[in-house]
Design a protein around this ligand. Structure first.
Ligand code: ATP
Ligand code: MP5
Length: 506
């Protein structure tokens, strides 16, 4: 018996926000390729912030649910979660004695992550008494201590020894979980009744997230499903851990609740959906569509046409370079401000690296060209548009909410990349002869720049998902204002005065 789609029953309490209890179980069973079913032990009023109250329906009702499933469906595995009280434990124990499925995983739920009690204290003895019915018990460290009737283990070695004592006392496997250890590691080990040495142990770096609501429920039901599928606990644990790690890492995509949020059970399915063309609507797409008019105006500017077909007067190009160099000074300061305010390391590194690249690489490219053009090529100072654009960027990145600052800097990546694509088309249409700005146009197509544009866009979408409607509206305003400033910036060199002392350009 090893069905491709194991039929797995979760006997557990509820969580109306869907992150823990039988809701997490059903998602985890499906995520591991099983068919999930559930019998309710307790109706729990809770959310990501805490447990408000618990209603336990009459146990006859639970017994009837269990029988209804068992009389109709061949159950390959059962995962038992919150039981709550002695009568519920006795009801489930009787059912197991009668109709035990081939795989039984017991997660001895006692206290929610948020602090609410989910097992009456006087039911602890009854819960201990049913451990022998399980193939695998999956306590967290405080639960393990209650099962062992000892103090909470303060080290991993102590936890393993405690796990072995529980396994030996009840003749079952114990999964000792390190989620509650202090420190940056989260080891897990399977301990059997015969020897203190773990049968298998895994270690890994703790995922830096607050979203650990329901990890215990999710792991135990995933294990029940995988075990029904191929019958090897060590292999099941390896797969379940890898999946749960992804679910923790991608939990930020969900934006559910204000407390300890749920994990993303279907993070792997999200990728499949996108490969089928079901990409979610992106806020950046909305902004891009709204900026279509301004982008058309940019494409029609004399400066842009001339740069594309090569007919742009050299002094205009140099006037543009001169202003762009001064603009880059302000832009790199704005990126530095964003880096300082970034909510995580990845974003901080991205903007800090952008600021360095503006200051070192790009500015030096501009300076080299201006130097080559002769001593008079550098202008007097920032023009009116340059001043307006850089002041706008500094104000948005320093004083507005972080997502708004992101919306202000994005057009410089994205509109610039798009103008580059258009310039490439114009250059191709102008013919294969020597193009005076060919090397400059090549910088737009640089893969590193295209990649940075994609990342900046993803960061904006991520920030928009967690933003309030008012902040999203402000992001839209600021994005459109930055697009209009891009347009004014490209228009300015046409109006610029001829720079003295130009012999040629590079
Ligand atoms: N931040 C994290 N990074 C990586 N793994 C984690 C993290 N938090 C929990 N885990 C893993 O999640 C699983 C459940 O861990 P934990 O010990 O927290 O159980 P639990 O307390 O029963 O869970 P619950 O939060 O549902 O009550 C374990 O495999 C643990 O290693
Ligand atoms: C119905 C139910 N079962 C289990 C948990 C434990 O999960 P967590 O400790 O992550 O809150 C819960 N909160 N609710």
């Amino acid at each position: 018996m090893s069905p491709r789609v194991p039929r797995v029953l979760a006997v557990a309490g509820t969580d109306p926000t869907g992150g823990a209890g039988q809701h997490a179980d059903l998602k985890s069973i499906a995520a591991m390729g099983g068919y999930g079913m559930s019998a309710v032990t307790a109706v729990v009023v809770q959310n990501t912030l805490g447990v408000r109250c618990v209603h336990v329906p009459p146990v006859e009702f639970l017994a009837a649910q269990l029988d209804a499933v068992a009389e109709d469906v061949e159950i390959d595995a059962v995962k038992i979660g919150m039981l709550g009280s002695v009568p519920v434990i006795e009801t489930v124990t009787r059912w197991l004695e009668d109709r035990r499925p081939p795989v039984v995983v017991l997660d001895p739920v006692m206290v929610a992550t948020s602090g609410g009690r989910l097992l009456e204290r006087e039911a602890e003895d009854a819960l201990r008494a049913m451990l022998g019915h399980a193939d695998l018990v999956t306590p967290n460290l405080p639960e393990l201590a209650v099962l062992a009737q000892e103090e909470i283990a303060s080290s991993w070695a102590e936890a393993l020894a405690q796990g072995h004592r529980v396994a030996r006392a009840h003749g079952t496997l114990v999964l000792v979980k390190g989620g509650h250890l202090t420190g940056d590691r989260t080891p897990d080990a399977l301990v059997g009744p015969d020897a203190p040495k773990p049968l298998v142990a895994f270690d890994g770096a703790r995922v830096p997230t607050e979203n650990s609501h329901g990890t215990g429920c999710s792991l135990s039901s995933a294990l029940a499903t995988l075990q029904a599928r191929h019958g090897d606990w060590a292999h099941s644990l390896r797969i379940a851990r890898e999946w749960l790690r992804g679910a923790l890492e991608r939990s930020g995509d969900l934006a559910v609740g204000h407390g300890s949020g749920p994990v993303h059970h279907f993070h792997h399915v999200q990728d499949a959906l996108e490969s089928w063309g079901a990409a979610p609507a992106r806020f950046s797409d909305e902004l891009w569509a709204a900026s279509a008019g301004v982008r058309r105006e940019i494409e029609e500017l004399d400066f842009v046409r001339g740069l594309g077909d090569g007919r742009l007067e050299p002094e205009r190009f140099l006037a543009y370079l001169d202003q762009d160099l001064q603009y880059l000074d302000g832009y790199s300061r704005a990126l530095t401000l964003l880096a300082a305010r970034a909510p995580d390391e990845r974003q901080r590194l991205f903007f800090a690296a952008g600021a360095v690249s503006c200051t070192e690489t790009e500015s030096e490219l501009h300076r080299a060209r201006l130097r080559h053009a002769g001593p008079g090529a550098a202008g007097a100072g920032p023009g009116e548009v340059t001043r307006r654009y850089t002041s706008f960027l500094l104000a948005a990145t320093a004083a507005e909410p972080y997502p708004v600052g992101l919306a202000a800097v994005l057009p410089c990546f994205w509109v610039y990349a798009d103008v580059g694509r258009h310039l490439g088309e114009l250059a191709a249409a102008a013919g294969t002869g020597e193009h005076p700005y060919a090397d400059w146009l090549a910088t737009y197509a640089d893969e590193g720049f295209q990649e940075a544009t994609r990342t900046a866009r993803e960061l904006l979408d991520e920030a928009a998902r967690g933003a309030s409607p008012a902040v999203r509206e402000r992001m839209r305003e600021v994005f459109l204002e930055a697009c209009a400033l891009e347009r004014d910036f490209f228009a300015a060199p046409v109006a610029a005065v001829r720079l003295a002392g130009i012999d040629g350009i590079e």
